[in-house]
Write a protein that binds this ligand. Structure first.
Ligand code: PEP
Ligand code: MG
Length: 595
């Protein structure tokens, strides 16, 4: 009997916990549907010219890439582009397509797909494995020509027939948002980092995910059976029955543990000696408001409103936004909802907004900077939030504040909108609290000054760490420097909390660090009033907080501050957590992130 496909274990970075199994679906962003169009005899020469143009454009693009690749990775590695150019020059492919357009009088796309199909079949029959695998190169070239024929359409996520695990080179946050939870049980990508917005989206959609696998799209084929362990960052391809059973057992343990945690839902996050921290949830998609409450969150500590602006060609109107915000505010009442104003730019793209390419988008026109340049858009959102504030316990939070000028200007515009609404007799919560996100090092350093003019602080550790360590949070090559316990980060965070305390305003943390149980005790010891995290983390963090005393937490902070390097601090905190919470931290499935 022929042996089945060989089991393979791929290791990446687990960014969204949970264990699932399913069938792989390769999502090629270049893949596009091609329809047949019959031509009138007169149209044939036009179609031939169109195809030749697309081939020549593809060639120019490849030459250009070859030049850049040679520069960047060296001549010997740029050979892959040579292969693509050779395929493009292959007469069987190009002349075959031209003949097909002529003889069958069909559109160029259809003719190319047909001829390429025959071509690919030949590759599939080749015995030599290396040559057989070159089929992917042919597909890439064909896709390139198609893209040029079709004028570069951007591909979204297709409607999928059944439950699958998506395999993609990368997914944008917009793609991730489109994944339908009934169909997609998990996803894996070649690239990506732990705090990229795609990873955050996966966690908030509660879709297990592993990123940074390197070459998942090259190794996994459509239809392959796959087990995905988003907790440990492992993907098993073609699992044998033994492995399958082992993972089923792990999955069972994971689910049982979740059920146990669910019992804490209505209990406060109070330490053994009676200190309480409010645990709130981050909300990315308005529809998830109920699920946040189901996890036992005491409100929404960060509503990322930008997702209302994605996957659409027009901007949301005031009315549309008001409806979405009102529903969330009403659903959560009497719990608070912190509406963070629009934070697009960098990796979060709103298609309806014209955006000039930027060399360093993470350092570019993003969040409050973009709003202060598009005051009309900003005012529309502020009106919608203020109107919704009449229906619940709303607060407003400005993202990416770098200093007092920005905060003052944003507050000035908010005041103008308020005055306008009073004149129009539109009801809103007049004493609405207005906070500043502290996520840029300049703001962290002058937190004492900002605290005097803000009603509350929310520390965005994802960006604070990105900018303090000078690492692009989407770049997996520098992901190792995402070090929440780096002495510089700890000092910045301590200064922010102390500044908030001195000014008498509440301080919250809403970056991913807040939801990682490994950091729960040190965060507690630092003195935060509130933490906001993905819903799934709420019971996990709550369990830890309910098991320690404030003295223990403060002592851990002192010990971490005695460390001179991130590695030392990490070892101190991890050793404490492993000893103190052997079940949560060391047993698989119970820890959201790997140390
Ligand atoms: C952060 O930067 O930590 C944060 C919460 O905001 P975002 O992840 O949306 O940038
Ligand atoms: Mg941020």
């Amino acid at each position: 009997m022929a042996a089945g496909p060989r089991k393979e274990v791929l290791t990446g970075v687990g960014v969204s916990p949970g264990i699932v199994s399913g069938t792989a679906y390769i999502l090629s962003r270049e893949r596009m549907s091609v329809n047949r169009r019959d031509l009138r005899p007169d149209d044939v020469p036009v179609e031939i010219a169109r195809f030749k143009r697309a081939v020549s454009t593809s060639k120019d693009q490849l030459e250009d890439i070859r030049q850049r690749a040679t520069h960047a990775i060296g001549r010997e590695h740029a050979y892959i582009i040579d292969t693509h150019i050779l395929i493009l020059e292959d007469r069987a492919l190009v002349n075959g397509t031209l003949q097909e357009i002529q003889s069958s009088r069909v559109n160029a796309e259809w003719a190319l797909k047909r001829v390429a199909g025959d071509f690919i079949k030949i590759f599939e029959q080749i015995e030599d494995e290396y040559l057989r695998n070159r089929r992917a190169d042919v597909e890439h070239v064909v896709e390139r020509i198609l893209r040029n024929l079709l004028g570069n359409p951007a591909e979204g996520v297709p409607d999928l027939p059944h439950a699958v695990i998506i395999v993609a080179h990368d997914l944008t946050p917009a793609d991730t948002l489109q994944l339908k939870r009934e169909q997609v049980v998990g996803f894996v990508t070649d690239i990506g980092g732990r705090t990229s917005h795609t990873a955050i989206m996966a966690r908030s959609l509660e879709i297990p995910a592993v990123v940074a696998l390197g070459d998942a799209t090259g190794r996994i084929k459509n239809g392959d059976p796959v087990i995905l362990d988003g907790t440990r960052g492992i993907v098993v391809l073609n699992p044998d029955p033994g492995t399958f059973l082992e993972y089923l057992e792990r999955q069972r343990r994971y689910i049982t543990h979740d059920r146990e945690l669910a019992k804490l839902r209505d209990m406060p996050a109070r330490t053994v000696d009676g200190c309480e921290v409010r645990l709130l949830a981050n909300l990315d998609v308005p529809d998830d408001a109920q699920s946040v409450l189901d996890h036992g969150a005491a409100g929404i500590g960060l509503f990322r409103t930008e997702f209302l602006y994605m996957n659409r060609s027009t901007l949301p109107t005031e009315e549309e936004q008001f409806e979405a915000y009102r529903q969330v505010a009403e659903r959560l009442y009497p719990h608070p909802v912190v509406f963070r104003t629009l934070d697009v730019g960098s990796d979060k793209i709103a298609d309806a907004m014209e955006k000039r390419p930027e060399a360093n988008p993470a350092l570019g026109l993003r969040a409050i900077r973009l709003c202060l340049k598009n005051i009309g858009l900003f005012r529309t959102q502020l009106r919608a939030i203020l109107r919704a504030s009449a229906y619940g316990e709303a607060r407003i939070l400005f993202p990416m504040i770098s200093g007092l000028d920005e905060l003052r200007l944003a507050k000035y515009i908010l005041d103008e909108v308020r005055r306008e609404m009073i004149e129009e007799a539109i009801p809103f919560k007049e004493d609405i609290k207005v906070g500043a996100m502290i996520e840029i090092p300049s703001a962290a350093v002058i937190a004492d000054l900002i605290a005097l003019e803000a009603d509350f602080f929310s520390v965005g550790t994802n960006d604070l760490i990105q900018y303090a360590m000078a690492i692009d949070r989407q770049n997996e090559n520098v992901a190792y420097l995402y070090e929440p316990l780096h002495p510089a980060v700890l000092r910045l965070v301590r200064h922010i909390v102390e500044s908030g305390r001195a000014a008498g305003i509440p301080v919250s943390m809403c970056g991913e660090m807040a939801g990682d149980p490994l950091f729960s005790v040190i965060i507690l010891g630092l003195g935060f009033d509130e933490l906001s995290m993905i819903g799934l983390s709420v019971p996990r963090v709550k369990k830890i907080i309910r098991s320690v005393t404030m003295d223990e937490a403060r002592l851990l902070v002192t010990r971490a501050f005695d460390c001179k390097t991130a590695a030392e601090a990490q070892e101190t905190v991890y050793a404490f957590m492993r000893a103190r919470f052997p079940e949560e931290i060391t047993s698989e499935g119970e820890q959201i992130f790997q140390p």
